[in-house]
Each structure stands twice: as structure tokens, then as C-alpha cells.
Design a protein around this ligand. Sequence first.
Ligand SMILES: CC(C)(COP(=O)(O)OP(=O)(O)OC[C@H]1O[C@@H](n2cnc3c(N)ncnc32)[C@H](O)[C@@H]1OP(=O)(O)O)[C@@H](O)C(=O)NCCC(=O)NCCS
Length: 168
Amino acid sequence: MDNVIVRAAVASDAPFLREMVREALRASPTFVSEVGLAEILRREEEYWRNWSREPDPALVATDAAGQQLGAVLLKLADRGRRIAIAVKSGARNRGVGRALMACAAQTARDLGAAYVCLYVDPCNAAAMALYEKAGFVRVGARGSAVEMRVELFVDATPSSDPARRPSA
Ligand SMILES: CC(C)(COP(=O)(O)OP(=O)(O)OC[C@H]1O[C@@H](n2cnc3c(N)ncnc32)[C@H](O)[C@@H]1OP(=O)(O)O)[C@@H](O)C(=O)NCCC(=O)NCCS
């Protein structure tokens, strides 16, 4: 899609972000059945109650008229950021997801994250395609969900651990 604008989310985007996270959960039915809908709704309720006080960074994609098309949320996860992404059903397959992923990686880098990671239902062909094309590789699993990751920084400094130092 021409003229996709990606901007930082502001407080008034919270309902849209929440709707997009719901979309991402809807695309992960196995995760929902493994954890349980009631538990997921409880966690979501708590998360969004605290979001305006301690907002995780998030990005919103819009068209030139400012219409929201999709969003990505970047939660803190150890040394990286774990993302949740969704694009409105009427705006898919037009490059919005790709634009959000590129900006999410840059945002994570700016925040000093070592990697971006996510969990995806392996049956979610659209998401798998998007992530693989963005350079994500499988690093593990959580239940039936695949864990994928893209490293953002390669530590080029020689290791201080003698066991990891290259031999002369
Ligand atoms: C996954 C999702 C975010 C992709 O967003 P999108 O805007 O439709 O993706 P894009 O148009 O930017 O496509 C990105 C790439 O994925 C590919 N792709 C998109 N949908 C695809 C599909 N159904 N099957 C195969 N490839 C697909 C595109 O061809 C494109 O490749 P290209 O860069 O070579 O052109 C969107 O489908 C969505 O919101 N799905 C529901 C929520 C969801 O699944 N969230 C992720 C949960 S882990």
C-alpha cells in the first residue's frame, strides 16, 4: 500500500491497540485453548488497566488520512522485546504488516534491545510468512506455539571467557 504511515502510539490509541492484540490472540487459537480464555482475558484486563501508567512502546500504521490500519506492541522480554502485531482485516496483504515490522525492529534497536522475539501459531501462514521474510528464525516452542527471534546486535568484541576465545 502506498502512503502507509507508521507513528508512535499515543494514549488515545489504547482501544485500537487492545483491539489489535485481540486480533493477534484470535489468530492463536491453540495458545488460547492451552492457557484458557478466562485466564487470557484476566491477564489482558490487568495489562490494559496499567497500560496508560506504564505504557509499553507501540506503533500504529495509518493511511494518509490518519485511519488506523494496524499496530504492533513491543513488550519487554529479558534483553529483548516481544512483539504482538495485527493488521485490520480490510487492510491486509498490502504491506502494512511489513512496514510495521520494519519500524518495530528499528524501535527495538533504539531502545537497546538485543533481539525481537514472538510466539506464533505454526498454522498462521500469513504471520509465519511475514516473520520469516523479516529475518526471524525459530528458536524454540511454548506449548504448540513456535518461538521466533531476530537478533539486532552482533557482539563483535572478543570474549573475555578464555574458553570462547578463538585459538591463535
Ligand atoms: C500477519 C499479519 C499481521 C500480516 O500483515 P499484512 O499487512 O497482511 O502483511 P503484508 O501485506 O505486509 O505481507 C508481508 C509478507 O507476508 C506475505 N503474506 C501475507 N499474508 C500471507 C499469506 N496469507 N500467506 C502467505 N504469505 C503471506 C506477503 O506476501 C508479504 O510478502 P512480501 O514482503 O514478499 O510481499 C496479518 O495477516 C494479520 O493481522 N493477521 C491476524 C493477526 C495475526 O495473525 N497476528 C500475528 C499473531 S502471531
